[in-house]
Design a protein. Sequence first.
Lengths: 267, 514
Amino acid sequence: MRVIGAIFWKELKGYFLSPVAYVVLTGFTAISGWLFYQLLNYFLRITNIVSGYMVKGQIMREWTIADDIMGPLYKNLSLFLIILVPGVTMRLFSEEKKLKTEELLLTAPIRMGQVVLGKYLASVVLLFLMLIPVGVYMSLILYYGSEPDLGTVLSGYLGLFLVAFSLAAIGIFASSLTENQIIAFFVCAVIGLLFFSVGLAARSVGVVSIFSRQLDLGELLRQLSLFEHYSHIVAGRIQLTDPVFFLLIIIFFLFASRINAESARWS
Amino acid sequence: MKKFTQILGLIGLVVLGIGFLALLIGQKTNLFINAHLVVGGGLVLIGLLSNLAGFLDYFRKRAGRAYSGAILQMMILAVIVFLIGLISYQRDLMMDVTRDRLFALSEPTKKILKNLPGEVKITAYFPSEGFDQGRQLLKLYQGESKKVKLEIIDPDRHPELAEAKGINTYGTIVFDYQGQQTRITEPQEDRITNSLLRVSRKTSWVIYFITGHGEADPETEDKGGLSMFKKFLEDENFQVKKLQITSQGIPPEACLIVIAGPRMPYQPGEVEAIDHYLGKGGDAVFLLDPGVFSNLENMLIGYGIEPLPGIVIDQVQYLVGMDAMGLAPVANNFDQQSEITKTLKGKLAAFPRVRPLKIMGGAERPGKWTPLVYSSATSYEETDLETLFKYGRARQDPADHKGPLLLAASYQERIQPQAWEENFKGAQIRIAVVGSTFFMRNLALDVYSNYLLAINLFNWAAGEQSQAFIVPHTRKPSRIFITAGQTRIIFYSSVLIIPEILCVIGLALWWRRK
């Protein structure tokens, strides 16, 4: 635990003593604030004109804070995270490799799992701080809104954390692959995008036969889609597979990072 | 040369991978796939064989063993993660955190599922993409009752199964109970529960449309017919029959009789037969068009409602395209307490050629009338029908009733049967009266929510509302009440001030360390 704590503090200081944390925090806060303000403004205007979403003169559904402000905000922010999280995690191992300080870690009497976990927790804390302003917007909505759907709004916020933490695990794995931070950035962004968009491919594939066994490839792809699981959480319909999916992504990529970093010890 | 064969081997791996991927998706080999598999396999073999010594040497070294071990470990990890994911997928647990329980079944549905008499097979024809909500909803039904057996068929993948059942619409759901079938095409809770209820009941439900006085015909397919509505009733598992009233009166199996716009007056004997049928707890729908005396008016006055002689004109809210005089008023004022109209909140219904109704006080009968639909405040009752239809002129006179005017109403009365009474039909009399048949004829049934109003009216009158009226869960509206000043504060703080502070701290720190 002491080792994890030491690595955690070192990495966290590293973030805040360099411009990285401030660039990320400033960028994300400005983007999320702008988006929130636009959605809020639109909501205020539209609710003054019509009482619901209309098709052919009939109200198909009423305007709600959960569906028309927080839902779109959460979904759009999750896309921004694909770009911002790799920026946070790209240096974690790549910098060590480039500055040759990795050898110190490899030869020190510590487990690689502790190193991975310490670095991961540091990035998680930065992402947590980054997402706090979204919580402020949520509180404003809950304070000024009449009858907001608290459960849905909160579960969407929780989902945003899960997306950020999953992308951080992918980012740390990407960083453990290369000493080039730019490559680590793009590898993380591409894997993140793949996980987001893989559900789209489900439309064109269906049940396939492998070794005379039927496999619903479309459903498998949907279940691999980060956006699909995240959408469930944002809508307030949390299936067991949703939190399990995010946890498995985090566990898999952290273990993969450990295995990858450990293998460098013997090369 | 060695480098060249290594590159060939790598290219072979990529080609082979693409070949396998194409095979997995396409499921059938073709020239493209075969060429990729053969060429890719060949190149991999060339690369492997010409560098075999190098490979073996690499794996004998510590680094080679470490990397291959790492890859193996990752593959094992991926399998474990996949298996855990599969187990959680099969558990299929769901938590609904929405305030309005959007993803849970309503209490009436649960009650109906609990009282199902036997196993009902539900077959849903959903394509692989879309219909997620319907899929989820049906799983809730399956989870709630062991008597519900669910099968989801993709009609694109199994067109033969869809064709065998005559399915031609995506999203069709077929309910099967002991050889009795019904189907719907809208996967919504109210429709599904209603279908479950209908398919699982044993009694035969017959709706009789009275004929012989120029009424709208349920089998006629032209604009003035009711064939579209008849089909919807059959989809709801009702039998629709025509009936000419004879000395035998109304057949005992009738669950509902419909008087749909007679053009000639009923004979006193016929009126008496209808009154007798109602008195024994029968149910009826009266659709009485304006400008026609049907001889049923006095009987209805006895029950406490008077069909007024005029016609409703609304020159502000009317159905554009039907006529320019406002003879097709559009109504959106529905009673929110009635089982018939509470699902119509925020919706519209058009009533071409409708007569107003008037609920009278001090009626002979003890039952209760519920006003269902009113026209808008801009409407009025035109009583000078001769000028209207002969010269095409309409003018609001001071004597004309002003809107809102009642267009539809329902009546309910509890009755106690006497021990000696025969053919007693039910403990309630249910009557629905609408001042128009045109709103549910083929020409206007698909306009706005006319269909919904008509089907709700018939379901209620047929005596099924106690179990079958489900209001699907929807998110209740929410609003934000802030002033322009507060909006400005939110803008400044969220878009400008917080990012500004963070930016300033970052810059100062960077400059100091530089």
